[in-house]
Design a protein around this ligand. Sequence first.
Ligand code: PGA
Length: 319
Amino acid sequence: MRHSTIRQLEVFEAIARLKSFTRAAEELCLTQPTVSMQIRKLTNEIGLPLFEQVGKKIYLTDAGAALYQTCLGVFEHFSRFEMIVSDMKGLKSGKLRLAVVTTAKYFTPRLLGMFCREYPGVDVTLKVTNRERVLERLTNNQDDLYILGQIPDAVDATTEMFLDNPLVVLASADHPLVNEKSITIARICEEPFIMRESGSGTRMATEQFFSEHNRKLRVRMELGSNEAIKQAVVGGLGIAVLSRHTLVLDAPMGQLAVLDVEGFPIKRHWYFAYPSGKQLSVVAQTFLQYLRQASEFLEDLSCRYAISGHCPLIKCNAT
Ligand code: PGA
């Protein structure tokens, strides 16, 4: 293979991935005869066919499949090499693709803001969606890093905890239970409850908590957004269990209260995760390092903006 070029491997990789000469030519901005010629040269060099066509479909031969795996490794190494060189030049640059669960949106953009100020050459894309969809993306290896509220059990992932994520019971500030101490779980179950949508990690943890205590909630309404739930609670439609992080900055001022309920807050944590065996880019590794250091700052931030534990009224106007 000494005479094969990187360009030929790029062409081959695109065809193998897209299963089409035409789409590969489009993606690489080449003409189809050029693509075919590059593959002919590569095939001659290797001495075995790389593709076979059955009907209109293209399949990799055994030699093609082995070469495809080799290409993936080679390109991964090249991209790491490029980042290492940028690193040596002191230019942390490249792409960072993050996918986080809905509730992590209360701190992730702030973290990214600080990170991007430090590394202006980094381009970030942030996908915010519920736990179920984040797990789908993790399984399909669509991003560099993921942030979720519980270690994925069905996917082989490397995880690390970096921050507390207590779940608290919220009621409107004029709710009759606001000044009560040690409210029982049975009493909470008499109240109309506003629940996150199915697929949400908050919902999963809440349901698990009440089922472990052999109690059933009176769910009055399901809403797919923490913000909508807070507004519904303020509007007196019911009580809810949400992460304390949702109270950062934009909690409806003085209109929400954290109830003092037995067994609360539910102790959860934030984890970052990536598929086991994934070679993290230098940028992703730098962000992980940054997350570890920033967790102290975040702890401090969430304590300053929303009182933890059982304090009735949420102080949301702290500076
Ligand atoms: P959610 O996830 O935003 O999907 O509810 C939060 C969590 O898992 O804690």
